[in-house]
Design a protein around this ligand. Sequence first.
Ligand code: G6Q
Length: 546
Amino acid sequence: MFGKARTKAWKHLENVYKHFNEVQMKDLFANDAKRVEKYTIQFENMLVDFSKNRIDENVMSALYELARERGIKEQISEMFSGKKINTTENRAVLHIALRNRSGKPIYVDGRDVMPQINATLEKIKNFSEAVRLGIFTGCTGKKLTDIVNIGIGGSDLGPFMATSALRHYWAKDIRCHFISNIDGTSCTEVLNKLNPETTLFIVASKTFTTIETLTNAKTCRKWLVDALGEYAVSKHFIALSTNKEEVAKFGINTDNMFEFWDFVGGRYSMWSAIGMIIAIAIGYKNFERMLEGAHAMDNHFLNSDLEHNIPVILALIGIWYNNFYNIHRYAVIPYDQYLQYLPSYLQQLDMESNGKSVSLDNKYVDYATGPVLFGGAGTNVQHSFFQLIHQGTEIVPTDFIVPAISHNEVGAHQQILLANALAQSEALMYGKTEEEVSEEMEASGKSKAEINRLKKYKSFSGNRPSTTIVLRKIDPYNLGMLIAMYEHKVFVQGKIWNINSFDQFGVELSKKLASNILSELQGVNTSNSHDGSTTNLIKYIKNIRK
Ligand code: G6Q
């Protein structure tokens, strides 16, 4: 039982926290020459330095004890073995199977899922290559050069993030576009740039019932048919879905459908057919490298003991802040322009997975679960919200993601970028005392009065935690590793909190209400009852749109 009757390890951690919460990281560094060695892990091309966190051996061993008590190793094995751990939807959770390069079978309900996964990968390979080589052309025989992914949420954020991250690898004559929002601006702005003869639309929807995606797809279909006629559809539309029936109903030939399965959650689906646009943009070989990178991280996660397991360690440090320091926020800052969309992607991964308040044993939880995640690319964000991270009253544990080599090594740009990344974590940890500020001001000839007036404003409390993840370079393999690392981190946290990280009922209620309000805005129905505010807003907006 987890929750009110706290577990032994949890209670122990509460105790450890009482004695530890005032400890300063700079003292921990000063008193332990081996600190960096102890709290750094290198895995292939990835170095994870978690030494600038408020931890010591005592804290870490208490956290590992919590992981042991929660049976994390066993729970990891359960996921990998195809057990139906998504209990509210009675589904297995097998994004790891999508990138299983081991040749070993993975069973769901006694059936090996690998043959169907490998067959779909083969189909993705053939199709993406045919498009890239101009073998699969548009209906007038022209090469397809503009690929439009129509999808939302998990059917958009992963492919969008990954194609942006791997922009350097795109074929020279291929451009990628994304239509997700139902706002007509989203499809209008994309369609305005395109030539129907050279455009391929990918309708990406697991359920093929999502109103935004289907509405956008219908608009794009009409745009295409108006220009080229109905016969164009089979050469310009493909579908990525689990729902053959709805794909056919929509008017896409199911020969042009690439399948995935209910054991692949939307936000875990970029490794499946949902990654088609990635494969077309960067080529199947590179897409495969991304799967291989993820698979390497999967093996590390499955086989390493808790004390050397990157996703487990990151998860436990997150739990330490979230549940013992009561810090319920968290930032991810990639120092790479190509990774600018990573925070939005991780926002869904983390917040949709662990934004839950009912436990796996069907009880409301009485402890904090998933934190609020935000972020953006460095150095840009240093000039926006970093003020709060350095001097605000909120502590924000931060992950810095730092590729050592840029795809665009221009002059000293990369060194300046790297220097900034490293300086942030150093400044957050050390801070600057009032005394240090005074000395500095004195040395530059400032008066006593001036020093007294400004020293508080110019000082930094420090002791602000961060983790630095250095990658050699953002290539497909390393990106795969990085994303899989975060997926598994989220998994471990969900397991510690005893929640289901794989459903998302939270998005349902407003969907239902939106469909009621839509009928009112369209004047089809006026009888729904709402709160006073909503009723007034509907009336006010209808009046403007008359
Ligand atoms: C992700 C969620 C959600 C989903 C979208 C799109 O885990 O399930 O973001 O991906 O709602 O759903 P469809 O792919 O079914 O259109």
